[in-house]
Design a protein around this ligand. Structure first.
Ligand code: TXA
Ligand code: MG
Length: 318
């Protein structure tokens, strides 16, 4: 019989479970993570198994204090330090050259490692109780929509993990922005909870290289990701509707659903609110048995770009 995964607020119990190599879902400001002791290869391999995630896709290490970077990385360049000072704790992941303290299974064999300090009190408290970083990808089955509540995690990983630490609804709702320092000039590998404009205001112009690819050597930037089971079409709502043969569809609109059934991301057109609602709204639409979800493209600025990026990856690929 499958054992039911407990959901609760017991930080001390989570610390004990993690110390003994178990898997715990943790809240962060972006999305829930599926965490294990980042120094314990065996525990980390359990993450890949529970998620059904390919082993070529590396994990992020979550830390509670800036000085941990020194033990995890061999080089913390000036610009990376500036970003960390500006945005940690917060939705920023830095890719840095890895030290030999980081197991190969975490970095999926790469010479670099992703590090971030999440902005969530519960998880920061948990990290204080641990003398290791937490390796954690988003706590969703590989390729599906990321979870932004404890219930989302439970719905998909019940029985596969040992505890879900409930920290309420995620405040940002989009995964972290990833900035890589793997080569001389930093590049943005994934748009996320911090806008490109905000990153550039600290370290100047940089390349955004998160173009979709199905090449495993560019991990994590897979074309199809964050996808609902219902086919999703992205673009201009009124144009898309004329192209549909079925009347059984739901609209994912930015400020309105144009009178059709569906979900509105932010009535006032606020990007932050839209980001926070995105994954929950997608899940609700996906549970309606529609033949299609029609999603509206947002203006290409600020967090709108990151939201469009997720919607493009969620789009039906023919
Ligand atoms: O907001 C977030 O970043 C959430 C929360 C839980 O912290 N985590 C998250 O993890 O989104 P995950 O594994 O779902 O996405 C991390 C992405 C993956 O696409 C992975 O390929 C990429 O980061 N990544 C990790 N380490 C990398 C590395 N060394 N080089 C290039 N990409 C890396
Ligand atoms: Mg993910």
């Amino acid at each position: 019989m499958e054992i039911k995964t407990k959901t609760g607020h017991d930080i001390a119990q989570c610390a004990e479970l993690l110390k003994s190599g178990k898997l715990v879902a943790i809240p962060t400001e972006t999305v829930y993570g599926l965490a294990a002791n980042g120094f314990d290869s065996k525990a980390v391999s359990g993450i890949y198994e529970a998620k059904g995630r390919p082993h070529f896709d590396p994990l992020i290490l979550h830390i509670g204090e800036m000085r941990q970077v020194e033990t995890l990385s061999t080089n913390f360049p000036d610009k990376a330090q500036k970003l960390a000072k500006a945005f940690w704790p917060g939705p920023l992941t830095l890719i840095l050259p890895k030290s030999n303290r980081v197991p190969d299974i975490v970095s999926a064999g790469l010479q670099t490692v992703g590090i971030r300090m999440p902005r969530h009190e519960t998880t920061l408290e948990l990290l204080k109780n641990l003398d290791f970083p937490l390796a954690a990808p988003s706590a969703n089955p590989f390729g599906y929509i990321s979870p932004t509540t404890a219930q989302h995690v439970y719905d998909q990983l019940n029985g596969k993990i040992d505890y879900i630490l409930d920290g309420g609804e995620c405040s940002v709702g989009l995964e972290s922005t990833i900035v890589s320092f793997a080569i001389e000039n930093p590049v943005i590998l994934r748009m996320g909870g911090i806008s490109v404009e905000d990153i550039e205001s600290v370290i100047g112009k940089l390349e955004v290289k998160n173009q979709s690819t199905s090449n495993p050597s560019a991990p994590g930037m897979l074309i199809s990701h964050y996808a609902p089971k219902t086919p999703l079409l992205l673009g201009d709502i009124t144009k898309l509707i004329t192209q549909l043969s079925s009347k059984n569809f739901g609209v994912l609109g930015f400020k309105t659903t144009y009178g059709y059934p569906g979900e509105t991301l932010s009535k006032t057109g606020n990007f932050r609110e839209a980001a926070q609602n995105l994954f929950s709204a997608l899940r609700r639409l996906d549970n309606q048995n529609y033949d299609a979800i029609i999603a509206e493209e947002l203006p290409e600025a600020g967090l709108g770009r990151a939201i469009n990026d997720r919607l493009k990856r969620a789009e039906k690929k023919s």
